[in-house]
Design a protein around this ligand. Structure first.
Ligand code: PMP
Length: 351
């Protein structure tokens, strides 16, 4: 017989993050990390971390001010959290409280439905078209909120700003969240729309373009009213989400714009070169504006390539999911890593 207390346990199916192999001699192209180290200024700042016996500033003001200054917005428009996962989860909790379903694409970041289930938020997915594009008309109807990544993940496809404006025009009564985790690799941010749409929340991260996945820093930009609401929920849950080293090191990263531009430009250049090489090997993929490529081979199933690569200690991401189970999501690493991956492919595909 089932014990009575078990009935009160929340049943959820958790998100499954990409593998973090223990070995060090791997080529790791499976979780969209940045292959370059963070700014040297971050390392310098490491030696200046002190006072860990004290609680950190609950408002993380130093980091908030650095981000606000960098983005040219007011500090009242910035909210920081423990990676964008934390910011997004709190945003679901804060903004998606309607009886109507929230909307997001059927192929997208696979954490969205997990948070919706966890917080018991009704949701509906909207199918991407055959070219994996978001159809903006699908988001016109009544709903409890809208969220999508731009560029979308795992496709890498960017929606131009007029598409986002159009979705906002048709969604004035709900909060619209644009998850810009990958925006720094050639996309145009929706930041210019913030002044017009006070229901727009943009979420970004230090994990990809700032090479700081290990620190866990994400942030949201939005109207002071949205940011205040996020703070109220955060302070009702855990005042000290941001630890002191993250606050200091994150601010140091923001201060080194030259390094940020240099490394993101390198990744974009590698992506463009790698794209051409992959095409020559018989792969097709949508145009990516992210730090990964979503590729399918003309004759060899993605799953087989994924498994063969893994045996060679090359990790890419494979999703065993309807519509995308013949695709590999390949993170853009250094030129050398991509060259080794191409060597493996040439041999495996007999090209
Ligand atoms: N959004 C998208 C679309 C992502 O792919 C990821 C990375 N898994 C995140 C948000 C979360 O990234 P982080 O928590 O490292 O900021």
């Amino acid at each position: 017989m089932m014990k009575a207390w078990k009935k009160n346990i929340r049943q959820v199916i958790p998100y499954v993050p990409g593998e973090q192999p223990k070995e060090t001699d791997v080529i790791k192209l499976n979780t969209n990390e940045n292959p370059y180290p963070p700014s040297p200024k971050v390392k310098e700042m490491c030696s200046r971390i002190e006072n860990l016996r004290l609680y950190p500033d609950p408002a993380a003001s130093r980091l908030v001010d650095a981000i606000a200054g960098y983005k040219g917005i007011d500090r009242s428009q910035v909210f920081v959290g423990v990676g964008s996962d934390d910011v997004l989860a709190l945003s679901f909790l804060t903004f998606f409280n309607s009886d109507k379903p929230i909307l997001f694409p059927d192929i997208t970041y696979s954490f969205y439905d997990v948070w919706a289930d966890l917080f018991r938020i009704p949701y509906e997915t909207r199918a991407l078209d055959d070219a994996f594009q978001i159809r903006r008309e699908d988001y016109y109807g009544e709903n409890g909120g809208v969220i999508f990544p731009n560029p979308n993940a795992p496709t890498g496809i960017l929606m131009p700003l007029d598409g986002i404006r159009d979705i906002l025009e048709h969604n004035q009564d709900v909060v619209v969240i644009v998850d810009e985790a990958y925006i720094d690799f050639g996309g145009e941010t929706a930041q210019s729309l913030l002044d017009t749409y006070e229901n727009l929340l943009i979420v970004q991260t230090f994990s990809k373009s700032r090479s700081l996945a290990g620190l866990r820093i994400g942030y949201a930009m939005g109207s002071p009213e949205l940011i205040r609401a996020l703070h109220d929920v955060k302070y009702s849950f855990n005042s000290y989400t941001m630890n002191q080293p993250s606050i200091l090191l994150g601010a140091a990263s923001v201060e080194d714009d030259a390094y940020f531009r240099e490394t993101t430009a390198k990744i974009i250049a590698t992506r463009e070169w790698f794209t051409k090489e992959m095409r020559d090997l018989g792969f097709t993929f949508p145009d990516s504006k992210a730090n990964f490529l979503f590729a399918s081979h003309e004759s060899v199933p993605a799953k087989e390539i994924f498994e063969a690569a893994r045996k060679q200690n090359i990790y890419v991401r494979y999703f065993n999911k309807d519509r995308i189970d013949n695709y590999l999501r390949i993170t853009i690493g250094t030129d050398e890593e991509m060259r080794k991956f191409l060597e493996f492919l040439r041999e495996y595909l007999h090209k």
